[in-house]
Design a protein around this ligand. Structure first.
Ligand code: SF4
Length: 346
């Protein structure tokens, strides 16, 4: 009875206090899926614009499946971690071929889509189809750890299994959509990492961390690994009014995105002579400028240096995979965040 009352308080709070967000106005699984993948990459405030543009340009699963990859990446530009956009594109095709063009409606089936993990599948299954399955993102882990007073480190399988089972029991009788949304909202707006707002939290009455004053000790988080340093050397070549770009191949984070010709170094102090030689540039060039950049990714810190060169020779030879583009075509190519920074400097 006591827990039921807490859940009712939580639902009431959510219905009165939650933020009004465009993806909460719909039960369309496609739109919810797009919003969830975008929110893995950015904060809600910025995500709204990306979401609105995405569903306006590609309003349903068919349009996404039929889109060119470059157009999907362009809509994603600025969010980073482009494999998420590629996975969206691939999964839309999967829905067309494996599910007859109809978005799968159960947690188990949604999990079969590429790029969809436990949290996203649970979010879509509960928000769009009302399935009883806890949606556990990073924020809900923190709320759950505090609410149930769990002391296991939150990255461990043991913690995740225990939390799933406790939440599954707790949501008994509740509306799965409202319950999950409310837990996510508590995590995003009240149960903050350093200063939880327990005095206005709808879970306060039953929260173990609050009752035992353990908000600082829980959740238990393992220490993060230090990011690796990488050293990228770029040249922005202007030749005959055009610029040189190359599409990044391989299976790294920026695959299929365009960037200036580059070479990876083994340290921070490579000079232009070494870089030009490494890239096979034999023509004379004029150096118009240079700039260094620091770009932080989750597991890597990239130290990049870009030289801005002008080559006047008509005999300038492009390496394999390099393209000469006029400004209009150049601006249409999907690029990564570091490239955006380098272009801004020119
Ligand atoms: S009472 Fe405090 S610690 Fe507990 S869930 Fe609410 S905000 Fe978090």
């Amino acid at each position: 009875m006591f827990m039921q009352r807490v859940i009712q308080t939580l639902s009431r709070w959510y219905n009165l206090e939650s933020r009004d967000l465009p993806w909460r106005q719909t039960t369309d699984a496609y739109c919810i899926w797009i919003s969830e993948i975008i929110l893995q990459q950015t904060r809600v405030v910025q995500g709204v614009g990306y979401y609105n543009r995405f569903v306006m340009e590609l309003p349903n699963i068919q349009s996404l499946a039929n889109a060119e990859e470059g157009d999907v990446l362009k809509l994603w530009q600025g969010l980073g971690y482009y494999s998420r956009a590629r996975n969206l594109h691939y999964a839309a095709k999967q829905v067309m071929t494996e599910f007859g063009g109809v978005f799968p409606s159960t947690y188990k089936d949604i999990l079969r889509l590429r790029g969809v993990g436990n949290y996203t599948a649970a979010a879509i299954a509960s928000f769009a189809f009302g399935e009883k399955v806890p949606a556990i993102d990073g924020n809900v882990k923190r709320v759950g750890a505090r609410f149930f007073g769990l002391h296991a480190p939150i990255h461990t399988i043991g913690f995740q299994k225990e939390l799933f089972s406790l939440l599954f029991d707790l949501m008994d009788g509740a509306d799965p959509n409202v319950f999950n949304q409310a837990m996510i909202e508590v995590g995003a707006t009240l149960c903050l990492p350093t200063q939880p707002k327990c005095d206005v939290c709808p879970l306060a009455e039953a929260c173990i961390a609050r009752l035992q004053n353990l908000q600082k000790q829980i959740p238990v988080v393992a220490k993060k690994q230090k990011p690796k340093n990488k050293y990228f050397y770029y040249v922005d070549i202007e030749v005959g009014g055009e610029r040189v770009l190359v599409r990044r191949e391989g299976d790294g984070i920026w695959q299929q995105l365009y960037e200036f010709p580059m070479i990876e170094g083994d340290g921070p102090d490579w000079d232009l002579e070494t870089v030009a030689k490494g890239l096979g540039i034999v023509e004379n060039f004029v150096v118009k400028g240079e700039q260094s950049f620091k770009h932080q990714l989750t597991h890597q810190t990239i130290y990049a240096r870009c030289w801005y060169l002008c080559i006047s020779s008509d005999k300038f030879v492009l390496n394999d995979g390099w393209e000469r583009l006029n400004e209009a075509d150049f601006l249409l190519k999907p690029i990564h965040r570091l490239m955006e920074k380098m272009i801004k400097f020119t």
